[in-house]
Write a protein that binds this ligand. Structure first.
Ligand code: 1DF
Ligand code: MN
Length: 363
């Protein structure tokens, strides 16, 4: 592993010639946490929801307490942690599963209130925070309207989807008006993990592997592939999608995906696997950007830059789930030139999320 100096001071303001913009930073409203707690106590929601959210709302472990206390902070305590880790700017999004454990009515209300609250926090601290919009995917016309309001009136910078929608996926055409709106607004869709859906979680759950340790990646890379193979990016060729956690391992898989998908299409093995306009690796390279949330080790970062391109891989911390200043030092120590590191920490995020550098610098 690349050497880094654990004593290296971390400061904001461009100490090494770049701002650090963290692109996958988790946040929650008290209203969301309260509704989750009510559901956990009432036994409502699926296995993955109880495994993940049951833990974070009820556990007395240090980690769970740290997470639930800091998720709801969009002010001084979060900013103090950003300062201590040298993070200049954080793109906040409703933590997983967001409103995606709820039906349309509750989800629409909580998403709307969350977007208003996030916009307020950004207005108070425009140099430190930007944010992604939340919607309830369970009411498609309302989701389109709320996304348009959140982007055009509140200034939010994209849309968060915390993977499956109570077992359904954005590959299903019913949801495509939302993707059409994302493309038309020219903002990115951040496809963030959740625990696997109830029809696939069992074997992972038995092994304690359903959460962020591995199950998130199984669920989320599959969601991205379902979107690609269902033709989402043929229908919406300009749609920009962001994946965290080193692209949920997809960069490693490109050759095999192309080879086996191409072979299956030719053989007519599944009616649902239809010919696409491009190869799978082309969609990954042309429609997807990835972040390093929770994946600070240099080898996969360098590998992903090589296979996707220098302009596709950007920094994320994943606060408060990963609050490790050493992970920032590890990424400062990547064997890259200054312009390359500036792209990684700053410029790609400015571009993909359409952030204004002058606002962030308070200039
Ligand atoms: C965890 C990790 C939970 C991430 C998250 O949302 C989350 C975790 C509830 O470690 O339990 O977003 N993450 O993105 O890695
Ligand atoms: Mn995350």
């Amino acid at each position: 592993m690349t050497e880094f100096d654990p004593q290296a001071p971390l400061t904001t303001g461009g100490q090494h010639g770049y701002l650090r913009i963290a692109t996958e930073e988790a946040w929650a409203t008290q209203e969301l946490m309260d509704e989750w707690r009510r559901m956990i106590e009432a036994g409502e929601g699926g296995t993955g929801f109880h495994s993940l959210i049951g833990h974070y709302v009820t556990s007395d472990s240090d980690r769970a307490r740290f997470v639930r206390e800091h998720l709801v902070d969009s002010g001084e305590r979060r900013i103090a942690h950003m300062d201590a880790a040298g993070v200049d700017h954080a793109i906040l999004a409703l933590t997983s599963p967001g409103t995606q454990a709820f039906g349309a009515d509750v989800g629409t209300r909580i998403a709307r209130n969350a977007n208003d609250e996030l916009a307020e926090a950004i207005k108070k601290h425009p140099t430190r925070f930007s944010g992604l919009a939340a919607v309830s995917f369970e009411d498609v016309p309302a989701a389109v309207a709320e996304l348009e309001r959140a982007v055009n009136e509140l200034g939010l910078k994209g849309l968060i989807v915390n993977s499956h929608i109570r077992g359904r996926y954005l590959s299903e055409q019913e949801f495509w008006p939302i993707l059409e709106a994302v493309e038309a607004l020219d903002v990115p869709l951040y496809l963030h993990p959740n625990t696997p859906n109830d029809s696939m979680i069992g074997t992972l759950y038995e092994a304690g592997l359903d959460g962020s340790v591995f199950g998130f990646q199984v669920e989320t890379s599959m969601h991205a592939l379902k979107m690609i193979t269902s033709g989402v990016f043929d229908r919406f060729p300009k749609l920009r999608m962001v994946l965290g956690h080193m692209g949920e391992a997809l960069p490693f898989w490109l050759y095999r995906l192309d080879y086996m998908h191409g072979g299956m299409v030719k053989a007519g093995r599944y009616p649902a696997i239809k010919p696409l306009q491009r190869t799978i690796s082309e969609y990954v390279r042309e429609n997807i950007w990835i972040t390093t949330s929770g994946m600070p080790a240099p080898e996969p970062i360098l590998f992903s830059r090589k296979v996707l391109g220098d302009d596709r891989v950007m920094y994320a911390m994943d606060y408060p789930y990963n609050y490790e200043p050493d992970e920032v030092r590890m990424q400062d120590a990547l064997p890259l030139s200054l312009p390359e590191k500036k792209a990684f920490f700053q410029d790609i995020a400015l571009d993909v999320f359409d952030l204004d550098e002058n606002v962030i610098r308070g200039a």
